[in-house]
Design a protein around this ligand. Structure first.
Ligand code: SF4
Length: 214
């Protein structure tokens, strides 16, 4: 079917999302809770685009294309909301995300520097019980990606989203620690985590020795 991205005609397969259409058109729409190995979640509100005729910006990862749909990646309101969402996320972290992380790259893409808000930040809380993986809860932004890859890609069901609002985080097993969970050490959670909240132990040790792991 034919859709239009910033006025450019794009052919997409039936079932394609607006995000896929933007990528086919060569646009770069920032995403945060999205991982193309899992079903769209549409929770973080970062991949916002405007659709002609829609009252408000929509999450492009969870919006299916319709014949003739007109998508704008340059909508001022959509871009402003996405930037504010990421700025709020950053404001809860005890320190800026490491430059190599996806969150840092998304922040740069959206032109966000130091968050304007200086509210509560998450206290340092590390689960180092696993032989290969470390969970740094203070860096968790509750995007849910680790839970979804663990469930949908690996089928291990080792991780659970827990808590509400500011206290949302990830629990391994029945909150008994990574080592006691059903984790099969595939590393998919660390691979998808956009903040290094879950990372491989040897990388954590290197950062720790450099004074960045605490
Ligand atoms: S641990 Fe990482 S991937 Fe999992 S919810 Fe937190 S930030 Fe997202």
């Amino acid at each position: 079917m034919e859709v239009f991205v910033d006025g450019e005609s794009v052919e997409v397969e039936p079932g394609a999302t607006a995000l896929i259409a933007t990528r086919l058109a060569g646009r770069t729409v920032a995403t945060l809770c999205f991982d193309d190995r899992t079903a769209a979640f549409g929770a973080c509100r970062v991949c916002l685009v405007a659709i002609e005729g829609a009252k408000a910006p929509v999450a492009s990862c969870a919006t299916p294309c319709r014949e003739g749909m007109k998508i704008s990646t340059r909508d001022e309101r959509a871009n402003r909301i996405a930037a504010n969402v990421v700025e709020l996320v950053l404001s809860e972290l005890p320190s800026p995300p490491a430059p190599h992380t996806e969150l840092a790259q998304v922040a740069e893409q959206l032109g966000i520097g130091q968050p304007r808000w200086t509210g509560a930040t998450h206290p340092v809380d590390h689960d180092v019980s696993h032989p290969y993986l470390v969970l740094q809860r203070e860096l968790c932004i509750s995007c849910g990606r680790c839970v979804r890859v663990c469930d949908e890609v690996q089928g291990a069901f080792a991780l659970t989203a827990t808590g509400r609002g500011f206290n949302s985080t990830i629990a391994a097993g029945l909150n008994s620690g990574f080592a006691a969970s059903t984790c099969v050490s595939c590393g998919a959670c660390a691979d998808t985590c956009p903040t290094d909240a879950i990372t491989e132990s040897f990388l954590f040790d290197i950062a720790d020795q450099a004074g960045q792991g605490e």
